[in-house]
Design a protein around this ligand. Sequence first.
Ligand code: ATP
Ligand code: LTN
Length: 326
Amino acid sequence: MKRILTGLQPTGIITLGNYIGAIKQMVKYQDMYESYLFIADLHSITIPQDPNELSKNIKSLLALYLACGIDPKKNKIFIQSENLYHANISWLLECNTYYGELSRMTQFKDKSRKNANFTSGLLTYPVLMASDILIYDVDYVPVGIDQKQHVELARDIAIRFNKKFGETFKIPEPLISTEGTKIMDLVDPTKKMSKSSDNPKGVIRILDEPEVIRKKIMSATTDSDTIIKFDPINKPGISNLINIYASLSNKKIDEVEKLFVNKKYGELKKEVADLVITELTKIQSRYYELIKSKELDQILDDGIKFTSEIAKKKYELMKNKMGLHR
Ligand code: ATP
Ligand code: LTN
């Protein structure tokens, strides 16, 4: 069975976009691949985090993964910072990565432009990500298109290391899903729905109350036309609602268009709201059960035990190849 690995940063309550674009995909993949899923807490501190919020978000993200259908029997689930080898291996890889490569990363350029006082962790972020990936000799890395460049860098680092020190890493490939595509902001449907958005009206959070969800969807930006048609360029708001409906009902875009032919925008919004509320209230009731259960610690303990053994072997192998031994 091919192996996959992915991580999500615990930087706030996940959105409908994260659910459709990332978590739902992992739920599907868990039956097709040997799956590794982790909480990328070390990545989240490349941007300043409030310590109390961060520790709450870590636990909450795990409970949300499970509430969304991630099966702990089918996934190795762990917290990145608990596996001490990730940061150690990252250092060995950093010493085989060029400053030029890192400074050319699009995400680094964007984020460092936003805050001139950025840390060196923001620059070396992709090397830690390479470490996460290369430790487990994975075949595929499911990510959004924004992370593809980082997976490509992980490949370059692995190829270089193998050439210099001998066969050590499997060369991974990004796995970019075309389904579920990008869910857009409800207020500004030309930009993606994002955890860190500053307008809460445009973003549906997985734990939003049903009335809040309904209100946000009913007041979503549309257009002055009356036709329900998928056309992201000219009708981004309506297309986004169609996309959400299609993703949650497992229907194709043209099937959804047919369903709403001759119907009013208000009816589409109402049906989308019903669908989102049904899906999210199921997740929420599981979440509130899970967050107080002891099961979470057991899952993390099992995950860290399993993954630490693999990571330790890779670390020893790398150290030996690099001459870091007595
Ligand atoms: P931030 O605002 O902190 O950058 P984010 O909400 O954009 O967070 P990430 O943590 O960068 O999300 O991404 C986690 C995963 O969710 C990635 O695989 C990403 O591609 C996916 N994802 C994020 N937003 C969306 C969206 N609007 N539609 C579909 N997939 C998304
Ligand atoms: N950078 C990713 C999270 C992440 C990741 C990884 C994803 C960290 N390490 C390894 C895949 C594989 C993000 O921000 N979405």
